[in-house]
Design a protein around this ligand. Structure first.
Ligand SMILES: [Zn+2]
Length: 144
């Protein structure tokens, strides 16, 4: 009987010590996830990506909801992105593109490539998937 109790106590002690040694991995500390969240947060961080605009998707007919907004740039978090959600239906393949201060300065100076410019054709008359270079002036949606 005494041996039984002693061996039970020993087993519990060993199990307790092992549980202290083998710590379950905290999922918040997995390196992949840390990098994933950092990447997401970087894209969501208004200090790094302070502006956003609609990037028109490759549909046969230009997206009716976003085509007219293609040269407009907004402050990140502008309600326009909630009011004109992307990809509500198959006719919209647009996305929201985050823009940095540097890109804004560049686009202000040069204009934005018109995503609805004529598609370039190959020598055989087939669409190349590239568009004619056509820069249109950037419109800012806010007052400075
Ligand atoms: Zn669209």
């Amino acid at each position: 009987m005494v041996w039984f109790v002693v061996s039970l106590v020993m087993i519990f002690t060993v199990v307790y010590l092992l549980s202290k040694l083998i710590k379950p991995r905290d999922p918040a500390n997995k390196p992949d996830e840390i990098h994933f969240h950092q990447r997401v947060n970087k894209a969501e961080n208004p200090e790094i990506m302070p502006y956003a605009m609609f990037a028109i998707g490759p549909t046969k007919e230009p997206c009716s909801r976003h085509a007219d907004l293609r040269a407009r740039i907004y402050l990140a978090g502008d309600p326009v992105f909630q009011d004109n959600p992307v990809r509500l239906d198959a006719y919209c393949k647009c996305r929201i593109r985050k823009v940095t201060e540097f890109e804004l300065k560049k686009m202000e100076a040069s204009g934005v490539q018109d995503s609805l410019a004529t598609v370039l054709m190959s020598d055989k008359g087939l669409p190349t998937g590239r568009r004619e270079k056509k820069l249109i002036p950037l419109e800012k949606a806010w007052d400075e």
